[in-house]
Write a protein that binds this ligand. Structure first.
Ligand SMILES: Nc1ncnc2c1ncn2[C@@H]1O[C@H](COP(=O)(O)OP(=O)(O)OP(=O)(O)O)[C@@H](O)[C@H]1O
Ligand SMILES: [Mg+2]
Length: 189
């Protein structure tokens, strides 16, 4: 393995995650997550929370995850944060969930400014589809529990983005497309 490639692994009954961090400037530098799965063992029996998920986060990418309540988003982030000791990646679990809508928009713009200036990779979880599309380079959409990958979408909006990006037809179209994943589900906020 290339010396610039680091591989870390959790492999326990109920939990699996392999995380490969590659800065060697290969085809896709960044972090590859392989076979991420988790089953909580509780007194009432097993709770399968994540199916094996495989995806790649590019170096410097703004990567956002949306999915229904209880599908395993926080579980996913906690498992990754247990393995990543890399200040280059910011892991954020619904950071703006408690804010009023206008403050939230300001924080979104501020977070994008920080990301642009620092070049950090961001992995962020949100319940808000518009927030996901506004912030992300790519959006990973999860299914209901046990969470699997429903789809990964590229966001075709140029950067830097201002709030005006939300008036772009490409924005509205992608928000609608992601929303369709949840039309038959009531679990999203
Ligand atoms: N310690 C635990 N023991 C048993 N089950 C658990 C435990 N922690 C989480 N779960 C279950 O695993 C599933 C995934 O939980 P998780 O918190 O990752 O979901 P989430 O997608 O972050 O949900 P939310 O959108 O509500 O934050 C849920 O059904 C939850 O009830
Ligand atoms: Mg959560």
């Amino acid at each position: 393995m290339n010396p610039a490639t680091k591989q870390i692994e959790i492999n326990q009954p109920g939990a699996h995650l392999r995380l490969v961090s590659d800065r060697a400037g290969n085809a896709a530098p960044g972090i590859t997550l392989a076979g991420v799965s988790k089953t909580y063992r509780s007194r009432d029996g097993d709770v399968p929370s994540l199916r094996p998920l495989d995806f790649h986060i590019n170096e410097g990418e703004f990567f956002v995850v949306v999915g229904p309540s209880g599908c395993g988003k926080s579980t996913l982030l906690k498992m990754i944060s247990g393995l990543v000791h890399d200040p280059k990646i910011m892991l954020m679990d619904e950071p703006f969930g408690a804010l009023d809508a206008m403050t939230r928009e300001k924080m979104n713009v501020e977070l994008m400014r920080i990301q642009r200036e620092t070049g950090k990779t961001v992995l962020l979880i949100t319940h808000s589809i518009p927030e996901a599309v506004f912030l992300a380079d790519r959006v990973l959409v999860m299914t209901e529990r046990p969470g699997a990958i429903a789809a990964i979408y590229d966001v075709p909006l140029p950067r830097p983005r201002s709030l005006d990006a939300m008036a772009d037809p490409a924005f509205t179209e992608l928000v609608q497309r992601i929303r369709k994943h949840f039309f038959t589900q009531s679990a999203l906020d």
